[in-house]
Design a binder for this molecule. Structure first.
Ligand code: HEC
Ligand code: HEC
Ligand code: HEC
Length: 139
């Protein structure tokens, strides 16, 4: 009796993990890049999450929990803020590797790439809102 339950749990865990990755997947950061003629930044969140605690970035380094929620520019990075706290040639490769960070497709909006929220947002923007029409019908 216990074995099938365990199997199901394992299968569910396997099935769920790619979704979890997509939800906290790569973050495209494009507040300034397009305008400056640079490709947008693709931040591989998962890659960093498995190496550092959330607190390192979201408390100690002050990254807001929001795609595009930080006003990051190269002066700050070279000054050791944000990405520059680590990408300084000591903890990780340095800022001269422009293309490793600026690797996005031009014109890509700031977003969590392919996240569930992003997809829902896309449908919500095009489809009529069920909650709003239900409220209107009730009036
Ligand atoms: C460690 C990652 C990283 C590296 C390496 C990097 N950048 Fe950036 N850069 C960023 C981030 C993050 C932003 C903010 C992106 C945005 O909001 O559009 C940014 C923004 C910019 C901007 C727009 C804002 C500003 O400062 O004017 C320019 C231009 C830019 N980078 C040029 C470069 C060049 C040139 C190089 C290589 C010499 C480089 N970057 C290397 C992460 C990086
Ligand atoms: C190496 C630094 C780093 C670590 C470690 C890290 N994050 Fe992030 N996180 C970021 C950056 C950078 C962004 C994007 C911010 C931006 O676009 O300006 C982000 C964005 C987010 C977002 C917003 C995504 C959205 O939907 O807008 C959430 C939520 C988040 N992180 C949660 C976490 C959690 C939970 C952990 C730990 C398990 C974690 N982060 C670890 C750097 C980090
Ligand atoms: C807390 C430290 C830390 C911060 C903050 C940080 N990184 Fe990194 N990053 C690393 C380390 C460590 C590596 C691995 C370096 C290596 O392999 O030599 C890495 C690797 C990367 C890679 C390569 C991933 C791969 O698949 O090889 C990219 C791209 C990157 N960082 C972009 C960024 C950008 C953009 C930011 C800011 C938004 C940022 N990082 C902030 C520590 C950090």
């Amino acid at each position: 009796m216990k074995i099938p339950a365990l199997l199901v749990a394992c299968l569910m865990a396997v099935a769920a993990s790619p979704l979890a990755r997509a939800e906290y997947g790569d973050v495209v950061i494009n507040n300034f890049s397009d305008a400056a003629g640079m490709r947008p930044v693709v931040f591989p969140h998962w890659f960093h999450r498995v190496r550092f605690r959330c607190k390192v970035c979201h408390a100690d380094l002050g990254f807001q929990f929001q795609a595009g929620g930080n006003q990051i520019d190269m002066l700050k990075i070279i000054d050791g803020q944000f990405c520059g706290a680590c990408h300084n040639g000591e903890l990780a490769w340095n800022v001269e590797n422009c293309n490793l960070c600026h690797s996005g497709k031009p014109g890509t909006p700031t977003q969590v790439h392919e996240s569930t929220l992003q997809r829902l947002g896309r449908t919500a923007a095009t489809a009529p809102r069920p909650a709003a029409s239900a409220a209107a019908a009730a009036r």
